[in-house]
Structure formats: C-alpha cells, structure tokens
Design a binder for this molecule. Structure first.
Ligand code: P6P
Length: 333
C-alpha cells in the first residue's frame, strides 16, 4: 500500500510530533501549489506560458512568464489558510503580509517560485524551493526584520523538481524523504525515505566558464579534480552543470556530488550569486539532513545570520568529504 503525502504528514504529526496541525496544513497547501505549477510547466508552448514577461525582479533579472505564474500560484494558495503571517519571494521586492481579511498564523513562508528559469524555454528541469520559519514570539505586525533568521531556525524546507518526474523533497528535521507525483491519482506518493548522500564522490557541479574569475581555493580544488587519477586525488572526476540548482541538488541527494557557486571577481562586492534565504538555506538543510555538508567556503551556511532579505551567498554543498576539502582550502590557503 503506497503512502500518500497526506498520510505521511499525519503519521509524522502523530508519531514524531514534529508537524503541528498548522504546519501540516502549510505543507499540504505548498504541495498542492507545486502540483498546479507542474501542470503549467508541463503545458509549455501549448499553454502560452513560455518566454519572458516584460518585467524585471529585484535581482535585476528579466522575469519569465512562468516565474510570475508560479509566484501568484504560491501566494493565492497560501494567503487564506490561516497558517501564515507573511511570505517572501525571489520575485517580490518586499515581504507579502497576509491580507487582514484572512486569519494570520505563526509561520513565515519563503520561496523561489521557479528556480532555474533560464531553462524553461529549452525544456530542462526547473523547480520550486521553499523554506519555513516561525514568526518571532510576541510579534503582532510582521516586518522584513522578522524574516532575518539563520537557516538553523527553519522548521521545514524542501523543493519540487519539475523534470521527467515531478518530485517533492522535504525535511522537517527527521531526515529527507521524497514524493513522486502520481498524475493519475493527482497525489504525491512516498517513493524514497531517509535519503543519505555518500561522503565521497567523483562528480562536481560548477559553471566552468567562470574559472578565470574564481578565488584560488576553488581553482586549486577544481584543478586537482581535472588532473584525474594521475593527480593528487588519484581518481578521475565527472562534471555536471544543469544551471538549475534544484536539478543539481536533486542529483546530489540521489547519488552524491559537490555543487559549487562560489564568490568570483565578476561582482566582487557580492558574496555570491545564489540567495541565502530561499535558495541556499533550504538546500543546505536538506543536504545536512541527508548526511552532507554546506558552507560558504568559510562557515556553515545555516549559521549565517542574514542582514537583508535578498542577500546572496557563496555555496559549496554536497558530499561531506568534498565540502570539507574545499572549505579547508579556503580556511588554510
Ligand atoms: P549560471 C538559476 O538562475 C540559478 O539561480 C541556480 O538555479 C543555478 O544553479 C544558477 O543560477 C545558474 O547560474 O551563472 O550558471 O547561469
């Protein structure tokens, strides 16, 4: 008898007490929103959803039509349920307060509604990333500063990858479990429990075109990998770069590897390209819950105390021993 997401959440709530009823509702609603986004993504050209909108987001990136659709689906699905106080999105400059016509709850939901959107028009996997924090005690009117909590404060995090399968991956702090969308039933079914990332790997993920801009520790690590079995690592490496963090992280959760989007000299004032609150934090918690590691080269990503909602961070995550090596090269140049 397969286990649906709904049954899984009830059992987690009953057995492990990690999912209070409001959080269970939140996860059910986010999963339903991801199903709806998956439906739009799968339509592609037939749904008139490809191509760019004529707008830019706070990141200065041209928004794709599906970026905006996915953002609206998540807002519409979550604002009325009474489980949230506010939301924050890569696609919105400031936080979104639950309108006064709806009851407010204890949770703050952050998301990248459609990560990897440069892949939308070329039919390559993309995904939704979400992170949940608790509203600080005693706060009535939530403001942006209430979101500025370190990743270690997350109560649940996950993503939904829209690829050959639509797969929801989540943690509530009891490890990482995966649910595959059964389109005939219209429900997510538990297909992988207790994901564990191998401590070692022969596969790295980085955008090699930026090599000349990297700092020395990253150059050293990648150069050693490229030397293969004749070099100091004594083994050959393979490379993957999907340019969709959700897809690269899903591969790493499934078979190991190391993912790197490090600081580089192109925009030296920025610590990295990826966003801390709704990309790096949820992915780092998932990776750690699966036995891997995640640092910014110098410290554990989940320990970083944010100062801005859309702040960026350098990301090195995946197989424990590889992340440890790269981080070591940063700390002991
Ligand atoms: P580049 C997608 O835009 C994203 O935020 C991540 O999903 C992905 O890992 C990265 O940027 C790709 O960046 O510079 O290789 O296009």
């Amino acid at each position: 008898m397969s286990t649906s997401l709904s049954r899984y959440l009830v059992e987690q709530q009953r057995a492990k007490g990690k999912i209070p009823p409001e959080l269970r509702l939140l996860l059910e609603v986010v999963a339903r929103a991801c199903k709806s986004i998956s439906h739009s993504v799968n339509k592609g050209a037939l749904g008139g959803v490809l191509g760019s909108a004529s707008t830019e987001n706070i990141q200065g990136e041209v928004q794709k039509k599906l970026d905006i659709i996915a953002n609206e689906v998540l807002i519409d699905a979550n604002e009325w349920g009474g489980h949230l106080a506010a939301m924050a999105s890569e696609e919105m400059d400031s936080i979104y307060l639950v309108p006064n016509r709806y009851p407010k709850g204890e949770y703050l939901l952050l998301f990248d509604p459609l990560d990897g959107s440069s892949n939308i028009d070329v039919n390559v996997s993309i995904g939704t990333i979400f992170s949940v924090l608790k509203k600080p005690d005693g706060v009535e009117d939530v403001s942006e500063k209430d979101f500025l909590q370190s990743g270690s404060q997350q109560v649940t995090a996950g993503y939904c990858v829209y690829g050959p399968q639509t797969t929801l991956v989540l943690t509530v702090g009891n490890g990482v479990d995966m649910f595959t969308l059964d389109r005939e039933q219209g429900s997510f079914v538990l297909t992988h429990e207790g994901i564990q990332i191998p401590a070692d790997t022969k596969e790295f993920a980085i955008n090699m075109s930026n090599m000349r801009h990297w700092d020395d520790p990253v150059k050293k690590y990648i150069d050693e990998c490229l030397q293969g079995k004749e070099g100091p690592r004594g083994k050959d490496f393979n490379m993957r770069w999907i340019a969709s963090m959700v897809a690269d992280v899903h591969r790493i959760l499934t078979r190991g590897g190391v993912f790197m989007y490090p600081w580089d000299k192109r925009e030296p004032s920025k610590p990295g390209k990826l966003r801390l609150m709704y990309e790096a934090n949820p992915m780092s918690w998932l990776v750690e819950q699966a036995g891997g590691a995640a640092t910014n080269g110098k410290q554990r990503i989940l320990d970083i105390v944010p100062t801005q909602l859309h702040e960026r961070v350098s990301v090195i995550l995946g197989s424990n021993n590889e992340v440890e090596r790269v981080t070591g090269y940063h700390l002991k140049p």
